[in-house]
Ligand binder design. Structure first.
Ligand SMILES: [Zn+2]
Length: 376
């Protein structure tokens, strides 16, 4: 039952099941896959199976151990992820020791969200790197007695965020594996890891999730109406985390914002666009602004398909706005606009001042209209 709760990834699940069946697990795994592909969900499931009192390749989801996993309270499970650095923190302090109360509360909230949804992405302020303190903690914890008959499992989320010192400390741990310990590293960018770390792990690459797989999961596991599931699935680029965020956070609202912003950028005065941008920044966080830009890009893409007469696999909710756009901008440079939005999204991830970035995008989009800009 429990492997089935993981969306897609049948290949990775099969590899792990066979290893469990034959009792031939590696000491360390590295799960590589894009954002929202389920790296952590699989890691957690593997940890649960290993510690289940009844299961061999499948967790029972019912025993005391499995129940502790549900709340992430199992003493054999340790999650390691980027944390803020406390005041006067030294590298041999326990990772949470010098953090203030607000940080501790925020971490607890994030862990609760992660327990209720393994696809949740942990997000903490000022948490840019995995600290050496967290990696040192592995050794200390590994030396303690195991609870039950399982193994201690350390899941290092976003392992590419390890500081250099943390990477070197982890390397030592990997070189002398503890027999009752399993390390699972997850990453979206394997090239950021030390080659010596990579070579000591068994690599498992996760496949990008297909639109149909995501649509089906939203429909069957989350009771989302089929047409809406399909619409959301095609907007998330294989990212199930984002798909779940869209069902919670009202996909339609984001899409309307995207179209509204595009309209403002093309039609309104610079002052009015600035006001629009300020409103956006007041109401939305960076990942949400990224969503809005991506939805704008997708909306333009749909216009292009409609113009070219290419029938999309999914029917558009409404073609009226697209048709207006196509008639108004017959010479729109689609490729140029897709590139400009890609660049804006990539800058968004790099701490560029957001209003500036969006004003810059406005100028660029106006150039792609194919209409001379002298009267604007
Ligand atoms: Zn169990």
């Amino acid at each position: 039952m429990s492997w089935a709760s993981i969306v897609g990834q049948s290949r990775a699940k099969e590899i792990l099941r066979v290893s469990l069946q034959r009792n031939r697990l590696a000491h360390a795994y590295l799960f590589i896959g894009q954002e929202g592909s389920g790296k952590y969900a699989i890691a957690l499931e593997l940890a649960k199976v290993i510690n289940c009192e009844h299961g061999q390749e499948e967790a029972c989801d019912n025993c005391a151990s499995c129940r502790k996993f549900k709340t992430l309270q199992h003493p054999n499970l340790k999650l390691i992820f980027p944390l803020p650095v406390g005041r006067y923190e030294k590298s041999n302090d326990p990772p949470l020791a010098k953090l203030n109360d607000d940080d501790i509360i925020a971490i607890q909230e994030q862990l609760n969200l992660k327990a209720s949804n393994p696809y949740h992405k942990i997000s903490l302020l000022r948490a840019n790197t995995i600290k050496i303190n967290s990696i040192r903690e592995i050794r200390r914890q590994a030396a303690l007695t195991i609870f039950g008959q399982g193994k201690k499992v350390f899941i290092i989320i976003d392992a590419d965020k390890m500081s250099d010192e943390a990477s070197n400390a982890l390397l030592k741990t990997l070189e002398e594996p503890h027999p009752d310990t399993l390390l699972i590293l997850t990453t979206t960018s394997v090239e950021s890891l030390l080659p010596t770390i990579i070579s000591r792990c068994q690599l498992i690459r996760l496949d990008p999730l297909g639109e149909d797989v995501i649509a089906q999961a939203l429909h069957e596991n989350r009771n989302i109406e089929l047409q809406r599931s399909k619409t959301i699935a095609r907007s998330v680029n294989g990212n199930y985390t984002k798909a779940l965020r869209y069902i919670d956070a009202d996909y339609e609202d984001r899409q309307n914002k995207a179209i509204g912003l595009l309209r403002a950028m093309l039609m309104k005065s610079r002052m009015a666009v600035l006001e629009e941008i300020e409103k956006l920044i007041d109401n939305y966080q960076k990942p949400e602004i990224e969503d809005i830009l991506r939805l704008m890009q997708q909306w333009l893409q749909d216009s292009m398909l409609l113009k070219e007469g290419i029938k999309s696999e999914y029917p558009l909710p409404s073609t009226e706005a697209h048709e207006k756009f196509i008639n108004h901008y017959p010479d729109w440079d689609y490729a140029g606009s897709f590139g400009a939005i890609d660049r804006a999204v990539s800058l968004l991830g790099k701490n560029v001042y957001i209003p500036l970035l969006l004003i810059d995008l406005t100028f660029k989009l106006k150039k792609f209209t194919g209409i001379a800009s002298s009267n604007r």
